[in-house]
Design a protein around this ligand. Structure first.
Ligand SMILES: *[C@@H]1O[C@H](CO)[C@@H](O)[C@H](O)[C@H]1NC(C)=O
Ligand SMILES: *[C@@H]1O[C@H](CO)[C@@H](O)[C@H](O)[C@H]1NC(C)=O
Length: 704
């Protein structure tokens, strides 16, 4: 496929984005998040997590240390295990040209559950990767005396990509096999002495892995309920330099590869090498014609029937675009590409070698297939018994012709702005009896976007500023047991609740939020978490996720006007804040709409300011919001103010009241306006440059 075809191809699958808003309905700043933070003095790189719901701890691997944190409150440290590198080893590392302070340290990169009692942990250990077993008991983390070489399990270089997973006593890992960072491989090494499987690695060839960047690994229990005697499989997601495009520059593509758990390697050919390694291109067509998007992170949403499990992946563009996307893939769709699709083959007479569709005869048993009942019926009990023809074919043709396409043909979500970095997904049962996949997406500036795709309509329920400083979210984990989300970055680990239904103060707000975790309890008159209710409860609950139908909500009580005395010459601040970023705010003066381009007024996110008010400005001001959801307008009066002319001399009570309500007194000279905010409390007036007034919302929260 050449570039033009590639662009057309991506363009043709342009998903219907019309009608979807990718503006988060609400934005929650950090100070409004009830979040729990863990950070230790002098410790960085809080990026390797292992959730141990069975032990009630989050095991956290950082630089030179491992911690066990209380899952309900990660600021509570249950245990710590310092694991740093001896000074002389660090010096040695720096002699080899590596940075003493940063690279020549022990970055924990692998943290896996080995068996019921033990965990397996690996660190970069000053460019000399090392692993060991670790236990957590009696409130202590203990590292086994015996150390294993970590080559192939953990990268040498802390900045290099890697991924790993433990499955039935073996560790599957992707990492470099040498100090230089070349020879990147997918390896399997036994974790327990009980495992009888040989150590395997990928065949060394550019057609196997071509400058890969490893992203994620997961296992799917495909042997369960399989009629064909299938095998469990390990899926691996990565990006690499493409071979299949006719493109002058280096072009990256996203890939999914898979191997079978019972692979034992070949007998003579492909001995100690995977015989089931197959890979395919992973497509996530963006809304605009572009170069292929690159996979950054993957989450497996597991279903009790593995056939219904779904991989969710976040993608970012290569080249200059600020669109990130989430695509979802069915496990069976991926499996079909490997088990039924055609293969690609190198086209020999070109230089550099290009890859095209293979049209020749395919050996039997099918190259790369797991050993199943049909193979066993042929007398092939394991991969060791595979004929050379099959092995040679899979060695030379690991790439499938067809690409894996996302569910519904396009992304679940696309959004402009800071790039997506990580994703986790929860499957939530709603009151309509249906399950919805709620995506939590971490971004490069420390936010989490909580989003749902309702039958093709992309809805971002909220964005929450999770990290205290704008830095990338490097790790995300979700626990249904605690109902918490855990995030890691280079400087801290944080925790937040999956839902905060209490943020929605009215029935309308609660219903329009369309949060599957929340419903309006009409009896108690509050927005409540659906999961906290027992199923027998006969409370009157209102939720309308797909339709956003708020007609069941009791009509809103009319808003009582608030009266103030107007002092001529003052700047008057009237507060009004919309519940939603999607709502439009309208101001009325004595029933007439105020014009946004009128320089007499300043319209901003927190309300309206009447600049240098005169007696003619006395009257009634009302603030209304209009939120459009699914083609329906939801109007609401938020505030009504009655301004009465005064004589300039306020009574003590009026002054108090005006002050309390943020009415501005006094004047500042020149370009400065004297502002007085109730947020700032009594005795904190300040002068603000008129030119800076568009950022009044910021001024409100800062010190005078
Ligand atoms: C570790 O964290 C520090 C501090 O934020 C950062 O500068 C550095 O790049 C991180 N190192 C790695 C290997 O990610
Ligand atoms: C608002 O004022 C501008 C300029 O003064 C004018 O062009 C516009 O038509 C006005 N809009 C409304 C809705 O009155």
């Amino acid at each position: 496929m050449n570039l033009r075809e590639a662009l057309w191809f991506l363009f043709l699958f342009f998903p219907a984005l019309a009608g979807s808003s990718t503006v988060p309905r609400i934005s929650v700043p950090q100070q409004d998040v009830s979040l729990t933070l863990f950070r230790e003095e002098g410790i960085y790189n809080y990026t390797t997590f292992l959730l141990r719901e069975d032990l009630g701890v989050l095991v956290l691997g950082a630089r030179d240390a491992v911690y066990a944190l209380d899952m309900n409150d990660i600021s509570r440290k249950r245990a710590e295990l310092p694991w740093s590198v001896a000074e002389d080893k660090r010096t040695l590392c720096s002699y080899k040209g590596k940075h003493f302070e940063t690279e020549c340290r022990n970055y924990i990169r692998v943290l896996q559950k080995a068996d019921d009692d033990r965990m397996y942990v690996c660190g970069t250990n000053a460019f000399s990767p090392t692993c060991a077993y670790m236990t957590y008991s009696d409130g202590q983390l203990k590292l086994d005396e015996k150390r294993d070489a970590g080559k192939g399990k953990c990268p040498f270089d802390p900045f290099q990509s890697h991924s790993s997973i433990a499955l039935d006593g073996d560790l599957y890992s992707t990492a470099s096999l040498n100090f230089m960072g070349f020879d990147l491989a997918l390896m399997r090494t036994p974790l327990r002495s009980l495992s009888i499987k040989p150590t395997l690695r990928t065949y060394e060839s550019m057609s196997t892995l071509n400058e890969p960047i490893f992203v994620h690994m997961d296992a799917v229990r495909e042997s369960e309920g399989s009629h064909e005697g299938g095998d469990d499989e390990v899926y691996m997601f990565f990006s690499e330099t493409a071979v299949e495009y006719d493109f002058p520059d280096k072009l990256m593509v996203s890939r999914v590869a898979r191997v079978c758990k019972e692979d034992l390697g070949g007998h003579r050919m492909l001995s100690k090498k995977w015989t089931t390694f197959l890979k395919a291109r992973l497509d996530c067509p963006g809304p605009e014609p572009s170069l292929p998007y690159i996979v950054q992170n993957v989450f497996l949403l597991q279903h009790s029937d593995w056939r219904k499990s779904i991989f969710y992946a976040v993608f970012t563009p290569q080249g200059s675009s600020d669109l990130s996307a989430v695509c979802a893939y069915s496990v069976t769709d991926i499996g079909d590409v490997f088990s039924k699709g055609r293969y690609k083959t190198p086209v020999k007479d070109t230089s550099p070698v290009k890859w095209g569709t293979y049209h020749g005869e395919i050996p039997d048993p099918r190259p790369g297939a797991c050993i199943n009942k049909a193979a066993r019926d042929q007398g092939i009990q394991s991969s060791m018994g595979l004929p050379d023809k099959t092995l040679q074919f899979v060695r030379d043709h690991p790439l499938m012709d067809e690409a894996v396409r996302p569910l519904s043909g396009g992304p679940q979500l696309v959004k402009r702005g800071p790039m997506f970095t990580r994703i986790v997904v929860d499957h939530v049962m709603a009151l309509d009896g249906r399950g919805y996949d709620v995506m939590f997406i971490g971004t490069e500036n420390g936010f989490v976007q909580k989003a749902v795709n309702y039958d093709g309509e992309m809805v971002i329920i909220e964005e929450v500023q999770l990290l205290p400083v704008p830095e990338p979210i490097k790790t995300l984990r979700l626990s249904r047991v605690t109902g918490q989300l855990y995030a890691g970055s280079e400087t801290a680990a944080v925790q937040m609740a999956l839902s905060e239904c209490g943020r929605y103060s009215s029935c309308l707000d609660c219903v329009l939020a369309r949060d599957p975790y929340c419903a309006w309890d009409a009896t108690a008159a509050l927005c409540t978490a659906v999961s906290s209710l027992d199923s027998t409860s006969d409370r009157n609950l209102i939720q309308s996720l797909r339709d956003a139908d708020a007609s069941m909500c009791p009509s809103l009580a009319s808003v009582e006007p608030q009266s103030y005395t107007l002092i001529p010459g003052n700047n008057i601040l009237l507060q009004c804040r919309a519940d939603s970023n999607l709502a439009q705010v309208l101001w009325f003066f004595n029933g007439q709409t105020l014009n946004r381009s009128d320089t007499k007024y300043l319209f901003y996110s927190e309300g309206l300011m009447i600049l240098e008010a005169s007696e003619a400005d006395s009257g009634q001001y009302s603030c209304k919001t209009e939120e459009w959801v699914k083609g329906t307008k939801h109007p609401r009066t938020v505030a009504v103010y009655q301004l009465q002319p005064g004589d300039g001399l306020l009574s003590q009570r009026e002054a108090e009241q005006n002050r309390h309500n943020g009415v501005v007194r006094q004047k500042c000279s020149g370009l400065f306006l004297h502002l007085y905010y109730r947020e700032l409390g009594v005795g904190c007036p300040c002068c603000v440059n008129r030119a800076a007034l568009t950022t009044v919302a910021v001024v409100l929260n800062s010190q005078c």
